[in-house]
Design a protein around this ligand. Structure first.
Ligand SMILES: Nc1nc2c(ncn2[C@@H]2O[C@H](COP(=O)(O)OP(=O)(O)OP(=O)(O)O)[C@@H](O)[C@H]2O)c(=O)[nH]1
Ligand SMILES: [Mg+2]
Length: 253
């Protein structure tokens, strides 16, 4: 057999939209961050948004009323269960919503998926998103970043949000960012306040950078890791959800 010279395989640019997940505890500002990204990039990128709530479509309604995107480009997934189940354990509803959006508004550049507010262990499956942002806020306490967990440690970007509130809650933002960077082995951290233009510009630059890498076929989706094993049931006992298990935990909604 004649010897063949291997032909270099060029990176194949993906044909669908870049899917970006936004996760983090309840109330840290995930929907507001998405509104900020839509305002900052809406003129240059074709955007779609998917929200996840347990029992409502409140986040989708908030984003529609914020007027940052045409209302039909914002879709709600009602998970009916703990948020992490729909972004990690069984991503079918979110994948279908993403594919619907991408088909209805073809071509889209970016689909942002907001997880329902969950605890520090919930992260997106790389089967659903290409990259993910984990959000904390200063009001949750300056020491949270140091506590680590899969999202804090290994999400593509960690946002320390609502830095404008830091003086009122006694948090040293520079210290919190340094703690976060140490917990992340130097992965990206942005200190954000929606009213601070420089911080919004930093977030915008990060999104454009990761999108460019995705389009060049150079981006590799990372898995920050699964939830810690746990077990829990809903209030009326009608739904039981379990993993191999240890500690119980709560979801606020
Ligand atoms: N001071 C301040 N408040 C903010 C900022 N971003 C968001 N908020 C406020 O924080 C609260 C929660 O914001 P949301 O965007 O709804 O938070 P969320 O993480 O989407 O909440 P859930 O989806 O319920 O988990 C709202 O009252 C926002 O107005 C910020 O940069 N600074
Ligand atoms: Mg929200």
């Amino acid at each position: 057999m004649p010897e063949t010279t291997p032909v270099p395989v060029p990176a194949i640019p993906p044909s669908r939209a870049f899917r970006l997940g936004v996760a983090g505890p309840v109330g840290v500002g995930k929907s507001s961050l998405i509104a900020t990204v839509c305002r900052a990039l809406g003129a240059e990128l074709r955007l779609g948004v998917i929200t996840n709530d347990i029992y409502t479509d409140e986040d989708a309604r908030f984003l529609r009323s914020a007027g940052v995107l045409a209302p039909e480009r914002i879709r709600a997934v009602e998970t009916g269960a703990c948020p992490h189940t729909a972004i990690r354990d069984d991503v079918t509803a979110n994948l279908l919503a993403a594919e619907d959006l991408e088909r209805d508004f073809d071509p889209l550049d970016l689909v942002i998926i907001e997880s329902g507010g969950d605890n520090l262990t919930a992260t997106f499956s790389p089967a659903l998103v290409d990259a993910q942002i984990f959000v904390l806020d200063v009001a949750g306490g300056g020491d949270v970043a140091r506590k680590g967990g899969p999202g804090i440690g290994r999400a593509d970007l960690l946002v320390v949000n609502k830095t404008d509130l830091a003086p009122y809650v006694g948090v040293d933002v520079a210290r919190m960012v340094a703690d976060a960077s140490a917990a992340r082995d130097g992965r990206a951290v942005v200190a954000l306040s929606r009213g601070d233009e420089a911080s919004v510009a930093e977030l915008r630059t990060w999104v454009l950078g990761v999108l460019a890498s995705f389009r060049a076929g150079a981006h590799v989706a990372q898995d920050p890791g699964p939830m810690a094993p746990h077990f829990h049931a809903d209030e009326d006992g009608g739904f039981v959800h379990s993993h191999e298990g240890e500690r119980a935990h709560d979801h606020a909604r």
